[in-house]
Design a binder for this molecule. Sequence first.
Ligand code: AR6
Length: 173
Amino acid sequence: MGTFRIIKGDITKCRADAIVNAANPSLLGGGGVDGAIHRAAGPELLEECRTLNGCRPGEAKITKGYRLPADYVIHTPGPVYRGGNCGEEQILASCYRNSLKLAACYERNTVAFPSISTGIYGYPVSLAAKTAVREILTFLHTQSTVREVVMVCFDEETKKAYEEAYQEIGQTE
Ligand code: AR6
């Protein structure tokens, strides 16, 4: 079983083997963490993203990290939250699962996630955190390539939500 950590910070500064980007289906950049990652990585990231032909919500695609301290960026569009009855939870779970599968495929040991969908896409963070933590812990139990997953929370409220979810779910694991 690998380790799971929750920290407050800026994912663009993370020295993980791969960082995950809360992208949109075009993969051509945007606001929030996506904009920050593209700014920090430099224009080569957008050039590589243009070759990927977009990505469906819940799926994941990988690029190099260019000027980022991280070697790779895994891009995954989360669900737009529309009240919770439009398959949002399943899509969000797939984002985490597919990003981690891709990281394992590329033999990455450490992976850092932002809080997917809880900014511009409007997913309530307390709900999103439960789904995220459950998927991450399940994945860490079932393989040995990815050895550390870090949840990089941009603000205190987000960090608290993930810590609460971890306490709730981690104890029953
Ligand atoms: N490091 C870590 N987390 C961050 C950073 C950072 N540098 N910057 C923001 N966050 P969002 P979404 C947090 O809106 O909801 C884009 O336009 C932020 O505080 O970035 O999945 C895409 O192109 C929040 O907790 O992503 C899509 O169109 C979390 O990252 C859309 O936004 C996610 O917020 C995706 O929306």
